[in-house]
Design a protein around this ligand. Structure first.
Ligand code: TYD
Ligand code: MG
Length: 461
């Protein structure tokens, strides 16, 4: 065995450097580099280079150039997880041989979700649930408490990847769940389990195994979207799909979001509620994101956002209050802070409404994060409503992007959003002019089409 080469890998962005440095040259993170042993290429199945070469299953021959139209391919074969919301986020079920990273804060419900899915899939896809955090008795106890059928589900309390793969080679499951990837280690590296190099190399082995055998793999990772201390963001590049499981502490609702998906749409949302029988799908998510407050309240606006492939009604709340500080606070929960600052500047410059001496707090109800620009107009309407201490007219919804010159810009799928609002009994919609439907398209819904911020503020009353 040749002398081991080392590389320094950033735990935030996964960039690799030959020398250690205090700041990552790619993402600018401080103290994020840690040592990673790159094994000599000659060693069978062990090197980074080998893992690149092995690629997809069945590519044993030397690569040749082929016209893409001549390449034989099949539609990805998918297996339903038995949980509709989970399938939706995966892009229509689990693809054979795919590797899916499920990340989220500790205690959010990752193990629960995967145990339920493994159990439901077992009759069609025999599963091996590998746990490095809980004992087998704990896993079995949870399955019993949740009333899960466990025929065809096998469990293994093991953290060494080589041992896991030996068991898998014997049992030949169709699906492996590794819970969690932070506990895995490989005999090839001397670094401590949980270190970036161990997590990365262990995951790489499972990825290789998945591609070679067509086994689907779920990697569970304790990680927040911001990166988390254990840093398995380095895994995002290696896997086919990255799903984040999110939820507000104290709320029983959980949102599963596709952050990357080679086999489906990103930003697709699956909504669940955690109960005493585990995770339950939420059939009508629009209803839960409305705060449920009786009657119109100042500082509240319902918007129609579109996350993934379906529209959702979500309430956005604002609190505007005279600030004792020379630098008033701007706090955004569930949306980007910079976007809020920009919107407030547009509101001042083009709407003639200044909040320079006010604290502004904005919260998206239900613990979801809204990333699309359609939230701009509802956010400003909520801010205005709080500032004036006047509620919007009852049963009003809004959506639309606000441009820097005060124009209200259209957003995709306007009609579908309006339909969702009408379905849930809304009577008035303030929308971009270019999104307005033909006259009379919605009988019950009074659509107010606006082109400029001024018109929108006027319509809000
Ligand atoms: P868990 O799946 O262990 O979270 P993770 O694997 O993401 O760390 O879920 C743990 C939490 O879920 C725990 O605080 C208890 C709660 N829970 C329920 O409320 N109901 C249930 O039926 C189960 C199994 C867990
Ligand atoms: Mg767990």
């Amino acid at each position: 065995m040749g002398k081991a080469k080392t590389a320094y890998v950033c735990s935030d962005c996964g960039a690799s450097f030959s020398k250690w440095q205090g700041q990552c040259g790619e993402c600018g993170g401080w103290n994020t580099l840690s040592e990673f042993v790159v094994e000599p290429a000659a060693k069978a199945g062990g090197s980074v280079a080998a893992s690149r070469r092995s690629g997809w299953a069945g590519q044993a021959d030397a690569p040749t150039v082929t016209a893409l139209k001549d390449v034989r391919h099949a539609e990805e074969a998918r297996v339903g997880t038995g949980i509709g919301e989970f399938d939706r986020v995966l892009g229509g079920g689990l693809v054979h041989g795919s590797v899916v990273l499920v990340g989220g804060d500790p205690g959010i419900g990752k193990s629960t979700l995967l145990l339920q899915a493994v159990s439901l899939m077992a009759p069609r896809l025999p599963g091996l649930y590998v746990t490095g955090e809980e004992s087998l008795a704990q896993v079995a106890g949870r399955a019993a408490r949740l009333g899960l059928a466990v025929d065809g589900v096998h469990a293994l309390a093991e953290t060494c990847v080589e041992h896991i793969l030996q068991h898998a080679a014997k049992m030949r499951p169709g699906l492996i769940v590794a819970d969690s990837v932070q506990t895995l280690w490989t005999e090839e590296l001397s670094a401590a389990p949980g270190s970036v190099s161990q997590v990365r190399e262990s995951a790489a082995r499972l990825v290789r195994y998945a591609k070679e055998t067509g086994t689907a793999v779920f990697l569970v990772g304790h990680v927040t979207k911001e990166g988390g201390i254990a840093g398995p963001r380095v895994l995002e590049h290696m896997v086919d799909a990255v799903l984040y499981f999110e939820g507000e502490s104290g709320s029983r609702f959980r949102v599963l979001r596709a952050f990357k998906n080679r086999f489906g749409a990103v930003n697709e949302l699956g909504v669940f509620a955690m109960g005493d029988k585990g995770l339950r799908e939420v059939a009508n998510p629009s209803a839960i994101f409305l705060s449920g407050s009786r009657g119109p309240q100042p500082g509240s606006c319902v918007m129609v956002t579109r996350e993934g492939t379906r529209p959702l009604l979500v309430e956005v709340q604002a609190l505007v209050d005279a600030s004792p500080l020379s630098n008033p606070r701007r706090v955004a929960v569930g949306m980007e802070g910079n976007r809020l600052a920009m919107l407030l500047a547009v509101l001042h410059r083009h709407g003639g409404v200044g909040v320079g001496d006010q604290d502004v707090f904005v919260n998206v109800v239900g613990g979801i994060r809204v990333q699309e620009t359609a939230a701009d107009l509802p956010v400003l309407l909520a801010v205005l409503s709080s500032l004036r201490d006047r509620p919007l007219a009852e049963h009003t919804v809004a959506f639309g992007e606000v441009g820097l010159s005060g124009e209200i810009r259209p957003v995709p799928n306007g009609e579908e959003r309006l339909k969702e609002a009408a379905t849930h009994g809304f009577k008035r919609a303030i929308v971009p002019k270019a999104n307005a439907p033909k006259r009379g398209a919605f009988k019950e819904l009074d659509v107010i089409a606006v082109e400029r911020l001024g018109e929108a503020l006027e319509a809000a009353g």
